[in-house]
Design a protein around this ligand. Structure first.
Ligand code: SF4
Length: 263
């Protein structure tokens, strides 16, 4: 979407592109953002949560963005017998993506934190959800922000985007922007991470194991076991099971109401 926008495909070019860095993206995403900065004629700014720890550190330590004991990602829960027992409430997107993006927009408007928004202010915010993901479209909860979905308006599916990109940059991968250990990853996405970034996958496996350790807050928070994979088995085993399954569980990006994860 950023590259198409720079070609003027969606009308006026954007003022700025904002990358909300949770501190837990795969290397390929950071590489892609660095590359994109060189391609675009408009600036790309990186924003982070107002916190002294990344999302990866927060999950590892079992705390939220303010350092209070919590599990902030939507981990899959199982009872002691291994039966599915729901999914944890997702707070990570709001704390590590939506709030930092909103703060950056306010800063660019010259507004101080918590100061009122003038009635005349309108921001058009473009989100890169593709036409096949339009179930994720939402009206902005901020009356001064109007969400726009240029790929949906242009009827471009994810495969259309990938084909357009591959024609111009055949030697570049186009990774999803999503945390390395995001519980919403699909079977395909986990397999790709294990294949392309074994060290990043190994770190996700370490954190997945940690979540079920009595030393971790999540162990006591739920009195249930927490997993990064919807199969609710240790991550490495789950990815092996996906590979042997003709119908592995789908990812849960559709649950991401904000549309800023996994695009
Ligand atoms: S990618 Fe996943 S873990 Fe990361 S902020 Fe989004 S929902 Fe949370």
């Amino acid at each position: 979407m950023a590259l198409l926008a720079d070609e003027g495909r969606f009308g006026q070019r954007p003022d700025v592109a904002v990358f909300a860095d949770t501190g837990w993206e795969p290397d390929a995403v950071y590489d892609n953002v660095g590359w994109l900065e060189q391609q675009l004629s408009y600036p790309v700014v990186t924003v982070t949560a107002d916190s002294d720890r990344s999302l990866q550190q927060a999950v590892t330590e079992g705390v939220n963005v303010r350092g209070r004991p919590w599990l902030t990602i939507p981990g899959w829960l199982a009872d002691p017998d291994g039966n599915p027992a729901g999914v944890n409430w997702r707070q990570c997107t709001t704390d590590y993506k939506i709030a930092p993006i909103r703060a950056e927009v306010r800063k660019r408007l010259g507004l101080k934190p918590r100061s009122p928004i003038p009635d005349s202010t309108t921001v058009e915010m473009w989100l890169g959800i593709s036409a096949d993901e339009q179930i994720r479209m939402r009206i902005s909860p901020d009356r001064w922000i109007m969400n726009r979905y240029p790929l949906v308006d242009s009827a471009m599916s994810r495969s259309d985007c990938i084909a357009w990109f591959a024609e111009r940059w055949p030697d570049r991968r186009l990774p999803r922007s999503a945390c390395a250990g995001c519980p919403y990853r699909s079977a395909e996405s986990w397999a790709e991470l294990r294949e392309t970034e074994p060290h990043t996958f190994a770190e996700a496996v370490r954190i997945d194991t940690l979540l079920r350790s009595p030393d971790h807050h999540a162990f006591h928070m739920f009195r249930k076991r927490v997993f990064l994979h919807p199969r609710r088995v240790p991550l490495a085993d789950a990815v092996d099971a996906d590979a042997a399954d003709t119908n592995p569980p789908p990812g849960a990006w559709g649950n991401d109401c904000a549309g800023v994860c996994g695009v």
